[in-house]
Write a new protein. Structure first.
Lengths: 607, 86
């Protein structure tokens, strides 16, 4: 079978499985639709949480980012795993004991205020829509790369699939599809990584292979450091960011992870408090399988790239001799070459090979167009080369290559020379990563509308059946909006994601923590703290990301990505001060706080 | 509920002690070894890794896993001890 047929087989086959699972475990009441009936085992919930959490970005892009940024990207690795320690120790068990359906439920009840509930709903919506548009875009990109379908068509197919299984199955349906999706994505990610590690180092595990010694007698990382510094790049294992900035970025990602609504809500689905603790541990273990593999994939990928492009003698490789994967991804627009020194050889070094915004190549004509290619070498013509100047004291030649970071995962099986079915598997895995996260977010949005806004605020008298219908309708509308956002992405996707994490970190995390660990916290403190955290974070990020603020004006050198942690600190301080100047919360609220601290009798707390 | 209040307070205090000690380790391996003292630790070499780099990219994940597993086990025992398990 050809690669394309195999890819279709795997992708369509996995879709059929997801929809079948959703049909078999469809929701018949709101409790099943919101929290899967509260009967999910810790192991299954751990897998579902891992799939829910690991998005298209984790699967496709993170290894590439680590590959090019080295140590500077370790904030992502520590932040996106360390957040689960906070979830397991500080949030999951108590929120499970509390026994409601959503975060706004907790905020509204604990702070006996519908104002607090509505502020929480607004945050949930903002965070979830920001995130889901990226996932929809992700499915579109996967379709376009592996199956040569237009991005917008791919998004529509992704919408249709999510639509069927999330609207029909609710939380119960997506829980079991996420278990299947985790298996698909982890298999697709680790198999090429294992092969790559084995072929380069002889080690079986990527985690130990990264410390292995190569044939030339150097450890992998020392060899890589040598290669990149010779070419004028910063060292791979040492950072160039300031320590304080690293510290705050890592903190914002960590506390933001612990405050993300679609992750927290997964812990409402297990039967008992101890199951919430156990499933948080499972979730982290399942996530760690992927995240601890990423640094190895990143390092091996970078070594391969440098040695393939620059050749064994570090003089460059004639374009005609470049391997097939280089040309394939050149056709897909993820690689470009401009021969600055006109020697017919590809050379990769520090600096940008192309000019313009983000230094992306602009090709002349389409990939299929014979006229848009060099008559002799058949390379694609590019119209925006940079000046090609370089400092001969720092590097041997100018950079001639553009490489999209996603290549590090997408092209891995081809670089390692793996069979076609593994390449086809990567497509199914990337799709699973995008769809599972999208479905989780969709559920959170639908629940916020039907439960927090409709049932709890606007029309408390509606029946369970009406509420379930409203949840399904809200999910439908949310799919359409998410698809639209995916087709017309906001200009600065990365900046908007920083905003989502910053908001989760500066709003939800502190307000939930104080609700559990500080009995004296009242509604005045919580609401003012949330507003101060939110507004300060939004202003800082918007000023520096969208209104042209300059990095030298950063407060203490903290970049916008890390400011959520400052917003969180402000939230804590303001909440504490205001709570002490205003009356303490009513007795029955204090009783609730004491009650959620101790397990037992949580049964199926169902209101 | 009344006669249980004292036991509940004690359970909560023990829980807070456990959380606090675990969070010190959590902070130490990530923010401590992985960021603040990374340059000092990078002078040491372990199985082909610079130690600071290893903590930031591998070691912290490993310790995080051990912490969450340890907490789940430890708290299950505490629940039984105070007879609050379900």
């Amino acid at each position: 079978m050809s690669l394309e047929q195999l890819t279709y087989l795997f992708v369509v086959g996995s879709f059929v499985i997801y929809i079948a699972i959703a049909f078999w475990s469809r929701a018949s009441n709101t409790r099943e639709f919101y929290v899967a009936g509260g009967g999910v085992t810790p192991l299954a919930n751990g897998m579902a949480t891992a799939a829910d959490w690991m998005s298209a970005a984790s699967f496709i892009s993170l290894a590439g980012i680590v590959s090019f940024a080295g140590y500077d990207a370790s904030g992502y690795i520590m932040g996106w795993t360390g957040g689960y320690v906070l979830l397991a120790l500080l949030l999951a068990p108590y929120l499970r004991k509390f026994g409601k359906f959503t975060i706004p439920d907790f905020v509204g009840d604990r702070y006996y205020s519908n104002v607090a509930r509505v502020v929480a709903v607004v945050c949930v919506m903002f965070i979830s829509f920001t995130y889901i548009s990226g996932q929809m875009r992700g499915t579109g990109i996967v379709f376009s790369r592996f199956l040569q379908v237009e991005i917008d068509t791919g998004i529509m197919i992704g919408m249709a699939v999510v639509f069927v299984y999330a609207v029909l199955g609710g939380m119960k349906g997506i829980t079991y599809t996420q278990v299947a999706q985790y298996c698909v994505m982890i298999f697709a990610f680790t198999v090429p990584a294992l092969f790559l590690t084995f072929s380069m180092t002889g080690h079986l595990l990527p985690q130990t292979g990264l410390g292995a010694t190569l044939d030339n007698g150097l450890p992998v990382l020392d060899h890589l450091d040598g290669l990149v510094t010779e070419l004028g790049f910063a060292s791979f294992t040492e950072g160039s960011k300031s320590k304080i900035d690293m510290f705050f970025i890592t903190a914002a990602l960590m506390f933001g992870t612990a405050g993300l609504p679609h992750v927290i809500v997964r812990f409402f689905t297990v039967p008992r408090v101890r199951d919430a603790r156990i499933s948080a541990a499972w979730a982290l273990v399942f996530i760690a399988v992927l995240y601890s593999t990423i640094p190895a994939v990143a390092a091996f990928g970078r070594i391969n790239l440098i040695e393939t492009v620059n050749g064994a003698d570090n003089m460059g490789t004639p374009y005609e001799e470049m391997p097939q994967w280089f040309k394939k991804w050149e056709n897909a627009g993820l690689i470009a070459w401009y021969d600055h020194n006109a020697d017919g050889r590809t050379q990769y070094a520090a600096g940008e090979a192309f000019t313009g915004r983000q230094h992306k190549p602009i090709y002349w004509g389409a990939a299929e167009d014979e006229v848009a290619r060099n008559f002799y070498s058949n390379q694609r013509h590019v119209v925006n080369p940079s000046s090609g100047e370089f400092d001969p004291k720092v590097q041997p030649f100018a950079n001639e290559i553009y490489v999209d970071p996603d290549i590090m995962v997408l092209a891995n099986p081809e670089i390692a020379g793996l069979p076609n079915w593994v390449i086809a598997l990567i497509a199914a895995g990337a799709m699973a990563a995008a769809l599972s996260t999208a479905a989780g977010l969709l559920l959170v949005i639908a629940t916020s509308v039907s439960h927090d806004l409709l049932k709890k605020t606007i029309r408390p008298q509606i029946t369970d059946r009406q509420e379930l219908l409203a949840a399904r309708m809200a999910a439908m509308v949310a799919v359409l909006i998410a698809g639209y956002l995916g087709m017309h992405p906001p200009d600065y996707v990365a900046a908007v994601v920083a905003l989502a994490f910053g908001l989760a970190c500066a709003s939800f995390f502190p307000v939930i923590i104080m609700g559990i660990f500080y009995q004296r916290m009242n509604k005045y403190g919580a609401i003012s703290g949330m507003l101060v955290g939110l507004i300060s974070t939004i202003c800082y990020i918007v000023y520096f990301k969208f209104m042209g603020g300059e990095p030298q004006d950063w407060l203490l050198g903290i970049s916008p990505e890390g400011f959520g942690a400052v917003g969180m600190a402000l939230n804590f301080i303001v909440a504490y001060l205001v709570a002490h100047l205003t009356p303490e919360p009513p007795k029955h609220i204090q009783q609730i706080v004491q009650n959620i601290r101790v397990p037992g009798n949580s049964g199926s707390a169902y209101y | 509920m009344k006669q249980n209040t004292k036991a509940a307070e004690q359970y909560w205090r023990r829980n807070l002690q456990i959380i606090f000690s675990y969070l010190i380790i959590w902070f130490g391996v990530s923010f401590g070894c992985g960021i603040v003292f990374v340059d000092e630790l990078n002078h040491f070499n372990m199985f082909g890794f610079k130690l600071g780099y290893w903590f930031a990219n591998q070691g912290s994940i490993l310790v995080f896993c051990l912490l969450t597993i340890g907490y789940a086990v430890r708290m299950s025992r505490l629940d039984s001890e105070f007879d609050v398990h379900e």
